[in-house]
Design a protein. Structure first.
Length: 494
């Protein structure tokens, strides 16, 4: 007997049809319109009341400052905030991120990249119901390889999908907010991938001893922990695969369930290429001919190849840093544009997308300064880890890392804050150190779906607003969080 469940889309209830047959029982369920209506109402309410990323950054600053004063004076908190805002190392990191965003956008505007992107976009939009799921899959693949590539590549893909749907007059078939959230899914898997800050740092010889300082258990630490023990371990790869499958399933459902946007974002016109005038002077000829941009790009590309061959073996992928990515992107962007003038025209369009980051980076650096310059970071993490057991330690490290990431949205900065506690707790409770490190890494990447900081590049490239994507990234965070928690429990029991 076959059991077939049919949900009437006109009514919020299901009917049960029983038919005779030789096949086993099959249940076919169509989501109730009541659930679709609830999700769409939630999305509209979120978009109406959610503040801008700049306002969120200011509110987080106030919260972090109030919490930091539990163990420091107001003047000490103020000093930590100012020192964090203008920290030379963090300002350098901010420039790296802005440069990566701008160069990625410039590269996306290059004619050959646009042609290749159009082919990928055609595959994505061939079935609007699956467009978000396909976007998420491609973005996560790039993000696992490298966080910068995933961040910029996902944004470029989303922009291409939006432009093609607009050009074809098909805005009503997809929700751009869902597509944007799918492009941001790269940041859900990055710290468990090849560019994860924590696994890369612990692979450096002597880093663990340096992080532990003068602790009496420092002699028990290994010289280094390679990627084969962390990122490429079977248990970490299995969890990453489960997260990716869950994310694709979420966006497959959202692509069918969420109504298409009809606001000004969906009606905006795609960017048009700038037409160059005919060269009239020797200077114009130099700027508008192919030779100089090709030469400059080739030099940058050759420099990136040389850089990759310095230091550890290339197979370890340790050469992939923000500086290396930026050098490679600069070379590719120069070679991909037909002239220096075309490159500069694309730069004029792309640089506006970095305006939000320019202001918000120092604000978040100030928050990081309060976390690292006071006892706030240790208090936040220790409060969740201090009273746990070995079986629950991965869960505690995962949870504390997710909470801390809201205040320190930098994987490297968070490892500097939380790393010593990870080492100490794993040693005290005899948990396998690679599992403790990766528990922290997975917690850090999960709350990227809540923290809008790293969404700024995508928002700048696509023209979307934070409130357009956050309803769906929050839903993704809940589903992926459940998958990750199950993995943490298994790690603790193993």
């Amino acid at each position: 007997m076959n059991l077939r469940v049919v949900c009437d889309r006109a009514m919020p209830q299901c009917t049960w049809n029983l038919t005779e047959g030789l096949l086993p029982a099959v249940a076919v369920v169509t989501f109730s319109p009541m659930l679709e209506s609830l999700l769409n109402r939630y999305t509209r309410g979120f978009q109406r009341y959610a503040p801008t990323p700049l306002s969120i950054a200011v509110l987080l600053t106030l919260v972090a400052g109030a919490l930091a004063m539990r163990g420091a004076t107001p003047l000490e908190v103020m000093g930590a905030w100012v020192n964090g805002m203008w920290s030379a190392g963090l300002i350098r990191f901010g420039f790296q991120a802005m440069f990566m965003l701008v160069l990625g956008h410039v590269l996306a505007l290059a004619p050959p990249v646009r042609r290749g992107l159009d082919k990928a976009v055609i595959w994505v939009v061939s079935n609007p119901r699956w467009a978000a799921a396909k976007t998420a899959l491609l973005a996560m693949a790039l993000g696992w390889l490298n966080w910068g590539l995933g961040l910029v590549g996902g944004a470029i893909l989303v922009r291409g999908v939006m432009d093609m749907m607009r050009q074809q007059g098909r805005q009503g078939e997809v929700n751009f907010g869902v597509i944007g959230a799918a492009g941001y899914a790269s940041m859900l898997v990055w710290h468990g991938g090849l560019s994860g800050s924590a696994p890369l740092k612990v692979a450096e010889a002597g880093h663990l001893q340096e992080l532990a300082g003068g602790a009496d258990w420092v002699a028990a630490l290994p010289e280094a922990i390679g990627l084969r023990e962390t990122v490429f371990s079977s248990w970490s790869l299995a969890l990453t695969a489960a997260i990716a499958l869950a994310a694709v399933a979420v966006f497959a459902w959202l692509g069918r369930t969420v109504e298409a946007a009809t606001d000004e974002t969906a009606k905006a016109e795609p960017a048009q290429a700038v037409q160059e005038s005919a060269p009239t002077t020797p200077a114009d000829q130099l700027d508008q001919r192919r030779g100089l941009s090709l030469l400059a790009g080739t030099l940058c590309f050759a420099g990136a190849i040389w850089w990759a061959q310095q230091g550890p073996p290339v197979s370890q992928l340790r050469f992939i840093t923000p500086d290396w990515i930026n050098l490679l992107l600069l070379g590719l962007a120069l070679m991909a544009h037909p002239s220096m003038r075309a490159f500069l025209n694309a730069l004029d369009e792309a640089i506006s997308g970095a305006s939000g980051i320019l202001v918000q980076f120092p604000i978040y650096f100030g928050i990081m300064g309060m976390v690292t310059g006071t006892e706030l970071g240790t208090w936040l993490a220790d409060g969740l880890v201090g009273a746990t057991s070995r079986a629950w330690l991965p869960v505690a490290l995962f949870t504390s890392s997710g909470v801390l990431n809201v205040f320190v949205p930098s994987g490297g900065g968070q490892w500097a804050v939380q790393g010593p506690l990870v080492l100490e707790s794993c040693q005290a409770l005899e948990l396998d150190l690679p599992r403790g490190i990766m528990a922290m890494a997975y917690g850090d990447q999960l709350t990227n779906m809540l923290q809008p900081f790293w969404a700024l590049p995508l928002l700048g490239i696509t023209g979307l607003k934070a409130r357009d994507i956050l309803p769906y990234t929050l839903l993704l965070m809940l589903v992926a969080g459940a998958v990750m928690l199950a993995g943490m429990l298994m790690w603790g029991a193993g």
